[in-house]
Ligand binder design. Structure first.
Ligand code: 5AD
Ligand code: SF4
Length: 444
């Protein structure tokens, strides 16, 4: 049986895509290799969001060429493929810098993998590239999504029409498309039937979801959440990532009404400065963001927020940066992702004047992260002594341990029997660091 190895870079959407690609390959009679050295087919699923992620691909490809040569010396053939956002943005670079790559497929064309692999078999030595934005939806061609534990990702929407001036996503994932309601519900029910307890709805801008229902009527994310909330056996619902200006009353009400919707929301703000938000082409200012947070908290006081931040966007002054720090103290994020601005070719911000020096970016990132980490630690410490439902997802580092997640996405580890894997169990929190909680099983 032929074996495949998939290495995934970047966001949760890429993790989801890799899972679906594995589904295609399993359907073709292949199985997962235990190491890259054992693999007849090696696939890199790539990320283009920041420069570092892209460069990592080319250094990894160099190493894979070595694996290919070593295997060739033993008479073994290795097919190398690259998929994901780097392909969409830099297909010519891949063919130029790594001519030994057999195929390169964009994020919207990986459902064509079976045909592409058949072509590769006939046309060795030539890179097959497919970066079309196809008319068809890949979801109509993929084999059914399968569960691989108690948690599953489910893509409901893809692409983005927001065109934030720093971001490559509208160019790599294309404009927004939503999957129809019935298709999402069907996939969710199938996953639940296979033991999934938690579904995380994915998309670059999930809260602008506008899929058609069974009668052809356009529906929003709130509608979809309400329908999902009715699925027996599904215990937890999350969704990510959302755009602040698209949070509407309907969605806010879901956080009040739906018991299965987890009290954790990732709502990227990027900056606390109105001038920078404007230059980023965001459709919200700092006050509007804070108002949305306040309304969400009013709907559900237990809600915890997470966010993304960019420091050192072109033109960002000390005062702009101060405004970001102030916003952090107002919201008290329980988790956050923060990045130095990375100049992406082809995006408007790359050409803006007053690019910020690397040294200043680094200083600002350190200061911001100190603050974010302090709030995160405070929240985790306040969890100590509480009892929380934890979905155990995997084995811990030490024998006899399992790891899982609380409703707030906190990592937790506890001494627990393997039989508790993929179950939701009440755990009493005993200790907390910034990155994890530890606890004791509070129920039998
Ligand atoms: N530089 C730095 N961070 C970026 N992000 C997107 N584009 C860039 C860029 N050019 C960040 C944003 C986004 C997250 C997924 O990545 O914060 O929300
Ligand atoms: Fe990129 Fe902005 Fe769209 Fe998010 S909302 S994917 S940051 S363009």
């Amino acid at each position: 049986m032929e074996k495949y190895y998939i290495k995934t870079f970047g966001c949760q959407m890429n993790v989801y895509d890799s899972h679906r690609v594995a589904g295609i390959l399993n359907n073709l009679g292949m199985c997962e290799a235990s190491s890259i050295r054992q693999a007849d087919l090696i696939i890199f699923n790539t990320c283009h969001i920041r420069e570092k992620a892209t460069e990592k691909l080319f250094s990894d490809l160099g190493r894979v060429l070595q694996v290919k040569q070593e295997r060739a010396a033993e008479g073994l053939d290795t097919v190398i493929g690259v998929i994901g956002c780097v392909v969409q943005a830099e297909d010519d670079q891949i063919a130029k810098r790594a001519e030994y790559v057999d195929f390169a497929l964009g994020p919207l064309t990986y459902h064509r993998l079976p045909e592409v692999l058949a072509k590769v078999a006939r046309r060795r030595g030539q890179t097959i590239i497919d970066t079309e934005f196809p008319a068809e939806s890949k979801f109509d061609f993929l084999p059914e999504n399968t569960a691989s534990g108690g948690c599953a990702f489910l893509a409901i929407q893809e692409g983005c029409n927001n065109f934030c001036t720093y971001c490559v996503v509208p160019y790599t994932r294309g404009i927004e498309t939503s999957r129809p309601v019935f298709e999402v519900l069907e996939e969710a029910r199938k996953l639940v039937g296979e033991g999934v307890l938690e579904i995380n709805l994915l998309g670059q801008n999930v809260n602008s979801y506008h899929g058609e229902d069974e009668q052809g009527k356009e529906r929003n994310l709130a509608y979809l959440l309400r329908r999902l909330n009715e699925i027996d056996g599904l215990e937890r619902i999350r969704y990510t990532t959302s755009y602040p200006a698209d949070v509407n009353d309907d969605l806010i009400a879901c956080h009040r009404d739906l018991p299965k919707l987890m009290p954790y929301l990732h709502l990227p703000v990027q900056s606390g400065s109105d001038a920078i938000l404007k230059a980023m082409n965001r459709r919200h200012n700092a006050a509007q963001y804070l108002e949305i947070i306040a309304r969400l908290k009013e709907a559900n006081p237990a809600l915890g927020f997470s966010s993304d931040f960019i420091v050192g966007f072109p033109g960002e002054t000390d005062k702009d940066f101060e405004a970001t720090l102030e916003l952090v103290d107002k919201v008290r994020f329980i988790q956050a992702f923060s990045f130095k601005y990375s100049r992406r070719p082809g995006t408007p911000a790359a050409e803006m004047p007053h690019q910020v020096e690397e040294k200043v970016k680094k200083e600002r990132l350190d200061i911001l992260q100190d603050k974010l980490f302090a709030w995160q630690l405070k929240f985790n410490r306040e969890s100590v002594g509480k009892t929380m439902p934890v979905l155990f997802e995997g084995k811990g580092r030490h024998p006899g341990q399992l790891t899982g997640r609380t409703p707030y996405m906190q990592n937790l580890y506890a001494e627990a029997d393997r039989g508790l894997l993929n179950k939701i169990i009440r755990v009493k929190i005993k200790d907390a660091t910034m990155n994890a909680l530890s606890g004791e099983i509070a129920e039998r």
